[in-house]
Write a protein that binds this ligand. Structure first.
Ligand code: FPP
Length: 258
């Protein structure tokens, strides 16, 4: 793999989304269309995960968040859940050295209580080994739900208020945000969903408030670097108004609409 190109101040990265989040959908359908088991689809999806991390690093994206396993996914048949957990373990075992080499920082968001010991151990190891890295930040949403994240934040906030560690009269969006799973990761700029569906599926509900949503019919195992680049170009052609008018944005310093 080539050396990391992830320079956040790179002039080529003007107009690039700082934070890309991906709902990696379509593994099951990809497999079924080939008369393969759904698990083979997830395995093929893992190759795309590796490819996208390399590509985001090469393109100078600062933050990538991947929806690896939702709270709702626990309801899937046990063999599929177990296979997904095994894939996650394998991913860390095989990729951690390369992630470190590429200066990638690994973050996990989600409820850890239900994760089996082998997965938890890999999660902790990946976080620990990459915590001082300064390049691409890759967050894995694992046993994750957007509503659960907000409830968990509210619980911790109430605990802190009761213990006088925070002043509830000072509660505003910035304070609330600081209680999310990974407050250091900024809001999502570009939300990609593969597999031809148009849902948020309980993903990063707080953080997608002003995200641009770009979807593709391509199933996750087939999602390529070129597909990613097309969606980034689509993002760059959007006008992000944040509630303002187009004319107001033209008058802003630099006239930037991004
Ligand atoms: C959605 O496809 C995908 C998932 C529920 C899991 C995503 C997991 C991977 C890409 C592999 C492991 C990931 C990491 C980060 C190590 P689906 O099964 O809902 O597909 P379908 O809609 O076609 O049934």
């Amino acid at each position: 793999m080539p050396e990391s190109n992830n320079e956040r101040s790179n002039t080529e990265s003007v107009g690039l989304p700082r934070h890309v989040a991906i709902i990696m959908d379509g593994n099951g359908r990809w497999a079924q269309r080939r008369n393969l088991s759904r698990i083979k689809g997830h395995r093929a999806g893992l190759d795309t995960v590796r490819e996208m991390i390399r590509h985001c690093d090469a393109r100078g994206i600062a933050y990538l968040t991947l929806y690896a396993f939702s709270e709702e996914n626990w309801e899937r048949p046990r063999p599929e859940v177990d296979a997904l957990m095994t894939l996650l373990e394998r991913f860390v075992d095989r990729e951690l050295d390369e992630l470190c080499e590429k200066n990638v920082r690994v973050v996990f968001i989600g409820r850890r209580e239900r994760l089996r010991p082998g997965v938890l151990e890999r999660v902790e190891k990946a976080i620990q080994r990459t915590k001082d890295n300064t390049g691409l930040v890759v967050s894995f949403a694992l046993s994750y739900g957007g509503r659960a994240e907000i409830v968990d934040a509210a619980r911790r906030l109430i605990d802190d208020a009761k213990a006088d560690r925070m002043d509830s009269s000072k509660l505003d969006e910035a304070v609330f945000r600081s209680y999310l799973y990974a407050p250091e990761v900024p809001d999502v700029d570009l939300l990609i969903r593969t597999g031809g569906e148009y849902r948020i599926s309980n993903f990063l509900l707080w953080q997608v408030a002003y995200a641009e949503i770009c979807t593709t019919e391509v199933m996750w195992p087939d999602f390529s670097r070129a597909n990613f680049d097309e969606l980034v170009t689509e993002f760059q052609q959007r006008e992000r108004r944040y509630g303002k008018t187009s004319a107001q944005l033209d008058q802003a310093p630099g006239g930037s609409k991004l």
